[in-house]
Design a protein. Structure first.
Length: 302
């Protein structure tokens, strides 16, 4: 399919929509479907990765060209993608969707720093200010319990892992796109999702075996058909988001594309989370959310 026949603004709006839907579905799966400690986390990762690989392969016209370099990079990319997916999904099981999204956007700090250290990019005052706002966001993220002790530390560490792996994903994409094999990006994505599926399946089997030994049986909160449809729609949204953003990043100005995709997407996620999930954050946490949004917008500016 030739995406150039569609208006760029329309594609951007649609990309924001499918990204939002994917995030909301992941949050719903985390809070309303998962009943085990780990196996269902890897099930979600495996299902969405496998279906996304098939969809992107179909979009390519079932014709891919790749090199050994692309395959090796894809293996690493696939493993990191699995870690990111599992970490964020687990963070959503035990923590708020809004703040998890905000901390996840901290991966843009890694992109900014990698550009400065490895690709000769200038670290502007705007980006430094963005990093400062993100540090404030970190400091205000973990709320205090009634006895004054800080809680939700596990959630914070999981969300931080999601942020780091998100940044590494961006770095790996940047490394690949600065190589002589940059035209193999669709193959890179397909192979990466295939390996993410393989890694997720391996960890799923080990987790399932451990749960059986411990006598932990999953509670069937939703019917298998409903869960399959949820996973299928999630995978479709993930695949469409990757394909459209890949196209738009090459035809739109960076000053428009990245702040809208990252900043506006984050704001939409927070607004819909407030409307649909009625999350309650402490006043200082809301200050942290605002700081995180400002940080994301600043870090995405060229």
């Amino acid at each position: 399919m030739d995406l150039s026949i569609f208006p760029q603004t329309g594609l951007l709006v649609f990309s924001l929509f499918v990204c939002l839907v994917a995030g909301l579905l992941k949050n719903y799966y985390s809070k309303s479907v998962i009943s085990t400690r780990s196996s269902e986390l890897y099930l979600y990762s495996a299902a969405t990765a496998g279906m996304s690989a098939v969809l992107i392969f179909a979009f390519s016209g079932f014709r891919l060209e790749w090199s050994v370099y692309t395959v090796l990079m894809s293996v690493l990319f696939g493993f990191v993608t699995m870690l990111q997916n599992v970490a964020i999904t687990k963070a959503l099981v035990i923590g708020p969707y809004s703040y998890t999204c905000v901390l996840g956007s901290a991966g843009t700090m890694i992109s900014a720093l990698s550009g400065y250290f490895f690709f000769g990019e200038v670290l502007t005052a705007v980006k430094i200010a963005g990093m400062a706002f993100m540090l404030v966001c970190f400091a205000l993220s973990v709320k205090k319990d009634e006895d004054g002790k800080k809680g939700n530390l596990i959630w914070f560490l999981l969300a931080l892992t999601g942020a780091v792996t998100t940044g590494v994903i961006g770095l790996l994409q940047k490394i690949h796109q600065n190589s002589p094999h940059k035209n193999e990006l669709l193959a890179f994505l397909v192979i990466a999702f295939v390996f993410s599926y393989i890694f997720s399946q391996i960890f799923f089997l080990f987790a399932k075996r451990g749960e059986k030994k411990a006598g932990e049986m999953p509670e069937q909160k939703k019917t298998p058909g409903f869960v399959f449809m949820l996973l299928a729609v999630s995978a479709l949204c993930i695949a469409l988001n990757n394909i459209i953003n890949l196209f738009l990043s090459g035809v739109m100005e960076a000053a428009v594309f990245f702040p809208v995709v990252n900043g506006v997407g984050l704001i939409l996620s927070i607004l819909f989370c407030m409307l649909l999930f009625r999350e309650k954050l402490q006043p200082l946490q809301w200050v942290g959310v605002v700081c995180g949004v400002i940080s994301t917008l600043l870090l995405c500016m060229p």
